[in-house]
Design a protein around this ligand. Structure first.
Ligand code: FES
Ligand SMILES: [Fe+2]
Length: 367
């Protein structure tokens, strides 16, 4: 298992950016214990605001995990979550969404020790997923979580997230797919006729298309990362149109959790039950294709250095782009300056003009 340092990514072990930490519906079942970025967290939905709240997991009093407990009377008596606050299962100290202790049973609130607080993280719900802003320097987000307008259109069937679990693969290997023009035929049975990448600041775009043996149709995809953890891909094949989401979040150094889903356009203005069933089949098909990458990642040795051939995509540029998230924000622009641009692969055509100009979801101008 290779780690961040092995790839020479930068000063931080875990990257800065928005990352998925749960599917939104998981919070309907109650508070959740999660682990990401080498750290344990307590995740729950505030009863007052309805917003997701993410706190460091361990109570500053005596180190109890705030959400990994089912037997305490704090939970049994239904006082675990009060408004947007959470009570520790051990002595019932209560912490607000800002991480500050706001009640210690039997103690005047003026006497609450200053140190009785834990770190609160910026969490956000979008398109059925819970995302957290992770910044090793503690800074505020400098870009927003992506959102697809189609999510609010009843013609589009929402994804039901596939939870693919953790793999002992550094996310660098997952990101390499973006520049990897020459695996599409051998791995996925869909060799591309055209291919290019655009890199602009925190966004990395891949445009590709060709005949897919898998779908028995021409397939074109416009895929983009908004930061290091969230991939969206607009996919068109035959009459069908869909968006795929793939999210990756570091769990520990060199271990990555992955989720997947498909937002599918139905033929009816308001999707019917049959359309929902077809959308599930479509998602299963996309998952099958993604599993072909997974199969490789789970069994390969790390590609610390890529023995790059001259007809491949811009692996080096894409890795430089990825480094910005592992370095202090003040240095990010240096990596952006080195990586920004348009890159093609020798022997492959340029994408059609309409794909070059289509950029509403990437929210950047084509260059
Ligand atoms: S350990 Fe949390 S209140 Fe005592
Ligand atoms: Fe792939």
């Amino acid at each position: 298992m290779a780690k961040t340092e092995d790839y020479g990514l930068g000063e931080h072990t875990f990257p800065r950016g928005w990352f998925m930490v749960a599917e939104a519906c998981e919070l309907d079942e109650g508070p959740k214990a999660v682990r990401f970025f080498g750290n344990d967290f307590a995740l729950y939905r505030g009863k007052e605001s309805g917003q997701p709240i993410l706190l460091d997991a361990y109570c500053p009093h005596m180190g109890t995990h705030l959400t990994a407990n089912e037997s305490s009377y704090v939970i049994k008596n239904g006082i675990h979550i009060e408004g947007d606050s959470i009570r520790c299962p051990y002595h019932a100290w209560r912490f607000g969404p800002d991480g500050k202790c706001n009640d210690i049973p039997g103690l005047d609130c003026k006497a609450i020790p200053q140190a009785a607080q834990i770190r609160a993280w910026t969490a956000k719900e979008s398109m059925g997923c819970i995302f957290v802003w992770h910044d090793p320097e503690g800074g505020e987000p400098d870009y927003d979580v992506p959102f697809l307008d189609e999510w609010d259109d009843p013609q589009w069937v929402h994804w039901k997230i596939d939870h693919l679990g953790s793999i002992e693969t550094h996310p660098q290997e997952v990101l390499d797919n973006m520049a990897d023009a020459r695996h599409l035929g051998p791995t996925h049975g869909a060799p591309c006729q055209f291919f290019n990448n655009t890199i602009k600041d925190h966004v990395l775009i891949q445009r590709q298309g060709g005949y897919s043996e898998e779908f028995v149709a021409h397939l074109s995809t416009y895929t983009w990362y908004t930061g290091p953890g969230i991939l969206l891909s607009k996919q068109s094949f035959g009459e069908q149109s869909a968006y795929e989401i793939i999210t990756n979040t570091p769990v520990d150094d060199g271990v990555t959790q992955v989720w997947h889903g498909v937002l599918a356009r139905s033929p009816n203005k308001i999707a019917t039950e049959e359309d929902v069933a077809n959308a599930r089949i479509q998602q299963a098909g996309a998952l099958h294709a993604f599993a072909q990458d997974f199969d490789v990642w789970c069994n390969k040795r790390p590609a610390i250095q890529i023995l790059a051939a001259p007809h491949e995509g811009a692996f080096a540029k894409s890795r430089t782009w990825y480094k910005q998230f592992y370095n202090p924000r003040a240095k990010a622009h240096e990596f952006q300056k080195l990586a920004n641009g348009q890159y093609s692969a020798r022997g492959l055509d340029q994408p059609p003009d309409d794909m070059i100009s289509w950029n509403k979801h990437a929210a950047i101008a084509a260059e």
